[in-house]
Design a protein around this ligand. Sequence first.
Ligand code: G1P
Length: 287
Amino acid sequence: MIRKAVIPAAGYGTRFLPITKALPKELLPIIDRPTIEFIVNEAIESGITDILLIVSSNKNAIIDYFDYNLELETILLSKNKKEEYGIIRNIATGANIHYIRQKEQLGLGHAVLQAEAFISNEPFVVLLGDDMYVGDPKPVTKQLIDVYEQVKTSVLGTIEVPKKETSRYGICIPKGEKKGAVTELAGVIEKPKVEEAPSRSAIGGRYVLTPTIFKYLRDQQRGVGNEIQLTDAILRMMSEEKVYACDMTGKRYDVGNKVDYIEAILDFGLRNPEIKEDLANMLKKKN
Ligand code: G1P
């Protein structure tokens, strides 16, 4: 049983400056809820009961978002605004949310290493906040957990990307010929040059990892971008344990990318009973 999740949320959000100077990128809204709430809900819907958010010094607003706000609650109740009270009271109630501060931003591998004491000795999932999914038919994290239950070792969630984008991702090297959605891996390489990319199968920001990963993260040297890379530690772990890739099914939004972010807002808006008709009419007039 996989019960624990790690969500790194300590990055600078440079792609969305200047707003991220004052607002953590994880709180950029999809209409009226922040992107990180969708990531947290995906974990909860995948059966996770305990979530560790790795934050940094300027991210206190994330902690406030998942906390009660007694002052606002009192005001809403005194004005008999029960619906609004329910909305702010019932955020991510399905899991315990824990926090730890990453004191310096040395890379994704270093962020995940901060979770070692919390995870202890059990398999866990990692969800990256820039990758938002509407899983089909089930949440993508649940898709990976179901594969873990079969193979009982680490599983990386993968997506196929165009050749020219391979240099932006961790890229998988399948062991033997790839058949079906689940493949054993022979290697992974973080952000290869396009001409050196061994495949178009990219790590899509979702991982099931065994606790063995911490042994490798502890002494992981800096890699691409002078950062301690999770991908590099996974590669070294492969000398000891099998690692699988599983192609995830569903719609992905790279919400660190401005156009994808706007697409997410539009898609969610077009499904939102409160605004979908007005939004669809507004969009029609734009064509
Ligand atoms: C991170 C990982 C990379 C992965 C990507 C998915 O890179 O290091 O392996 O493919 O997330 O979004 P980042 O986008 O943080 O540079």
